[in-house]
Design a protein around this ligand. Structure first.
Ligand code: AGP
Length: 607
């Protein structure tokens, strides 16, 4: 969504703010701006464009030891300099940065306009600056509290006042806000990546909480204005994990990191003696696991596709009814929560509004919802009833890649756990453990197909439409491949069940629309070959992702990518990697902004 930062301390604020925004740029990058306070003035610079564009226009004499900053993913108002944050009041005494959506901003605008306020932007956020100014009677904290009491919707905000140098007030309701504690300096940000270079001691705010920071320290209060003590947590990530390490793009780095990230997701999570998995965060005993009669998984985007793989695994190996559903659909469907049903909320960022609000609705109905998240301390991770971190390390590229393979790794482990409380034998469990432990090596083999994939990307990148087709456990992988291609190359791509194509979509087939088939040597191979032939018969170009040496398939397809042979339940790992690489190289071919595709944001914290 958007990225917000705040700094107060003994150092010049502007560079700290801009460097922090750079680390948050993956959250939204339409426009950016900073406000720095000095000698009773608030100086604001803001621009449409990237952080690098902003950095070029910040004057050298832009001095001050406190300030706030914002990088925007537009929700209200077009992308231009005026609508960029920070926003200020008429007198230029108050400045604010906001992440979220103020749902009653139009009625507030009308009230303020009647009182003579002249609005300068099209944004919802500007109302906050005027409300704080209107409430200000010498105490910024009280003014912010009064102002947010009038807001409906979501916000993570940071606010400064010219007459209170060194003080920043933050408030959180529905959009993340984290505080960083330094030596005689304090930080605020949407997430920890913005402050990792300065401190690893952080505090996560909950909805309804406010924070008042100065260089010497902070106070936090809850929705009832009661001061609260919060546990100081240590960031486990290293700064070098959010560097590119010589790769051209974060996405390229994160695709190639998957042998290591999958290893991090599974290591230390096997109970070899019991031939099962160890997932302490589930907070469920084997007896409680045995009582689970159904699993439902809610998520969005790539995480939804990972959940679909998880559901397939649970049904096929643990023999337990399981399904994955779009969180955005679940929330407003008045979902029926059945007894003995275990829910999972899957979210890399742990902040996706659709998933968070669906989880809260399910919990209100008595559901037990476990989180499968990557960002430690994220809202979904903290509000869920337990869960499993995927340990994939910070995923910076907007297009999710290593998170997907780490998310499904958690479901492979959970499936093993459930299967062993049911019919899976010790031998079967040990075989599964062995298969899972070999996956990092097989992902490496799939990555080695890169030269062939680059060649195919050059050949097919000009296609206007693309079909991705798979069956069984690889159907969600086909959906994921289509999502990757469309979100970074902007080519229209659709994922389909390979069987379903003949029920209508086959009308799309022509000589310039490529169909990419996932065709492992599993029990559906012959069926998918028939589906491929149906396309070939209509002169549709066919690319096959098949097991190395599968000559029959290679003879049918126009082009092919070979992947290593694995047990059929593990094909999602080796099938998704070529699709990630293919979308990456198509996007390069088309000169797209791979890490920050147009219109997107890494974490969608609005509905
Ligand atoms: C994936 O490449 C997209 N960036 C998007 O679909 C993403 O997976 C989705 O927004 C869910 O994000 P989350 O995992 O952080 O909840």
């Amino acid at each position: 969504m958007c990225g917000i930062v705040g700094y107060c301390g003994l150092r010049q604020a502007s560079d700290i703010l801009i460097d922090g925004l750079k680390r948050l740029e993956y959250r939204g990058y339409d426009s950016a701006g900073i406000c720095v306070g000095n000698s009773g003035l608030l100086n604001i610079v803001k621009r449409k464009g990237k952080i690098k564009d902003l950095r070029e226009v910040v004057p050298l004499e832009f001095k001050g030891l406190y300030g706030i900053g914002h990088t925007r993913w537009a929700t209200h108002g077009e992308v231009n300099d005026t609508n960029a944050h920070p926003h200020s009041d008429a007198a230029g005494k108050v400045a604010i940065c906001h992440n979220g959506i103020i749902e009653n901003y139009e009625s507030l605008r009308a009230i303020l306009t009647k009182e003579g306020i002249v609005f300068r932007t099209e944004t919802d956020s500007e109302v906050i600056a005027h409300l704080v100014s209107r409430s200000y009677k010498g105490d910024l904290f009280e003014a912010v509290r009064e102002a947010i009491g009038l807001l409906k919707g979501t916000y993570g905000i940071v606010v400064v006042h010219a007459d209170e140098p060194g003080r920043i007030v933050g408030a959180r309701n529905g959009s993340p806000l984290v505080a960083g504690i330094g030596d005689d300096e304090m930080f605020l940000a949407s997430d920890v990546t913005a402050m990792m270079a300065h401190t690893k001691q952080v505090l996560y705010l909950e909805d309804g909480e406010m924070i008042d920071i100065r260089p010497s320290g902070y106070t936090i209060s809850d929705a009832h204005n009661r001061e609260v003590e919060k546990k100081i947590e240590s960031i486990t990530w290293e700064l070098e994990q959010i560097e590119k390490h010589g790769y051209a793009h974060y996405m390229q780095k994160e695709i190639h990191e998957q042998p290591q990230s999958v290893l991090r997701a599974i290591q230390g999570r096997f109970n070899r003696e019991g031939a099962t998995a160890k997932l302490g965060g589930l907070n469920l005993t084997p007896k409680e696991l045995l009582n689970i009669e159904r699993v439902k998984i809610i998520a969005a985007g790539t995480s939804y596709h990972a959940g679909m793989v998880g559901a397939y695994l649970l049904e096929s190996l643990a023999r337990i009814p399981a399904s994955a559903e779009l969180a955005s659909e679940v929330r407003y469907r008045n979902p029926i929560v059945e007894k003995n049903t275990l829910y999972f909320a899957v979210s890399q960022s742990g902040e996706t509004a659709d998933t968070l609000y669906a989880m809260r609705e399910l919990q209100r109905k008595g559901a037990t919802v476990l989180g499968v998240c990557n960002v430690v301390g994220s809202t979904i991770a903290r509000e869920s009833d337990g869960g499993v971190y995927i340990h994939s390390g910070p995923e910076i590229a907007v297009a999710s890649t290593k998170a997907f393979t780490s998310q499904i790794s958690v479901f492979y482990l959970f499936t093993l756990l459930m299967a062993r409380t049911r019919d899976l034998s010790i031998e079967g469990g040990l075989g599964f453990v062995c298969g899972l432990e070999s996956i990092p090596e097989y992902i490496g083999k799939a990555l080695a197909q890169k030269p062939k994939i680059i060649e195919l990307a050059k050949k097919y990148a000009q296609a206007q439409d693309f079909l991705f087709l798979g069956r069984g456990i690889n159907y969600p992988v086909a959906l994921e491949g289509a999502l990757k291609l469309k979100e970074i190359s902007y080519i229209h791509a659709e994922g389909y069940s390979a069987a379903e194509i003949k029920h209508g979509p086959i009308a799309l087939i022509n000589e310039v629309t490529p169909s990419l088939f996932l065709i492992p040597d599993d029990h559906l191979r012959e069926k998918v070959i028939s589906n491929m032939k149906e396309i070939k018969a209509r002169k549709g170009p066919v690319i096959a992702v098949c097991v190395e040496g599968d000559q029959e398939v290679m003879n049918i397809a126009d082009d092919y990518i070979e992947v290593p042979k694995v047990h059929e339940l593990f094909y999602p790992y080796v099938m998704v990697v070529p699709l990630q690489l293919f979308s990456y190289y198509c996007a390069l071919e088309l000169k797209r902004n791979v890490d920050q595709p147009r219109n997107l944001a890494k974490s969608v914290t609005v509905e």
